[in-house]
Design a protein around this ligand. Structure first.
Ligand SMILES: Nc1ncnc2c1ncn2[C@@H]1O[C@H](COP(=O)(O)OP(=O)(O)OP(=O)(O)O)[C@@H](O)[C@H]1O
Ligand SMILES: [Mg+2]
Length: 222
């Protein structure tokens, strides 16, 4: 079954597009069939995908009322997509609400600063209210981005999120130039950024949150 993964955070610049492109491109390398939908008028995701260095399908959707029909149409693709990723703009919007409603997994990136952590908490509450309204379970997890794990601020932010019972991955995307380079290469992260993104993917996999790795379609050769 096609999984829909939306990356949402109402504070801008927290690492949504970076997280999405890193995870999606690593899944492509594992043999997953992936589509990505950019809903952000800045079109950063589309700019990365357009370089065609990563074998996935992409589209841009600007009309919030068309997002769910678009996702439904992609879910009917043959051969089926293993996952559809939805990138959103960095503010609370009708589009973000539709992206949450369309998803069965939400990732909420947050850098290790107070503004991002507050945005992550608010975004998590927003996901909970959409899930309650729809009477649907939508797992949502914060993913710490651009972190230097050795710093006190990282620990303080993580402790604050934990104290507020905001669920998060243990694995984090470290501060690595390789993540910045993805924007110009259109590829998956390289070097130590790749290892860091792989730890995040492994954490998601270990929690059984990624249908592709549960379904027996992976490893591709098996
Ligand atoms: N792990 C990381 N290491 C280094 N730089 C990072 C990392 N994660 C994010 N960044 C940088 O932070 C900036 C913002 O990231 P990104 O564009 O992914 O955020 P965003 O949430 O998509 O922003 P917007 O709200 O504008 O869409 C970018 O310059 C990106 O390269
Ligand atoms: Mg973005």
């Amino acid at each position: 079954m096609t999984q829909v993964i939306s990356v949402v955070q109402e504070k801008g610049g927290a690492g949504k597009t970076t997280l999405l492109t890193a995870i999606a491109s690593l899944m492509v390398q594992d043999g997953a069939r992936i589509a990505v939908i950019d809903t952000d008028p800045q079109r950063h995701l589309e700019a990365w995908a357009k370089k065609e260095q990563t074998d996935l399908d992409w589209l841009y959707e600007e009309d919030d009322e068309k997002l769910i029909p678009t996702v439904k149409a992609l879910k009917k693709a043959d051969p089926a997509y293993d996952a559809i990723f939805v990138d959103t703009a960095g503010f609370k919007s009708a589009m973000a609400m539709h992206a949450i409603a369309a998803a069965n997994l939400i990732l909420i990136p947050s850098k290790a600063n107070e503004a991002d952590a507050k945005g992550a908490k608010r975004t998590f509450s927003h996901v909970q209210s959409v899930a309650e309204t729809m009477e649907k379970e939508i797992p949502a997890l914060v993913v710490m981005m651009d972190v230097d794990t050795q710093t006190n601020i990282t620990q303080a932010i993580v402790d604050a999120l934990d104290a507020q019972n905001v669920p998060r991955l243990n694995a984090m995307c470290a501060h690595r130039t390789g993540f910045k380079e993805m924007t110009s290469t259109g590829q998956a992260p390289q070097g130590s950024a790749r290892r860091s993104a792989q730890s995040v993917l492994a954490d998601l996999q270990g929690r059984g949150l990624l249908g592709f790795y549960r379904s027996g379609s992976w490893p591709k050769s098996a």
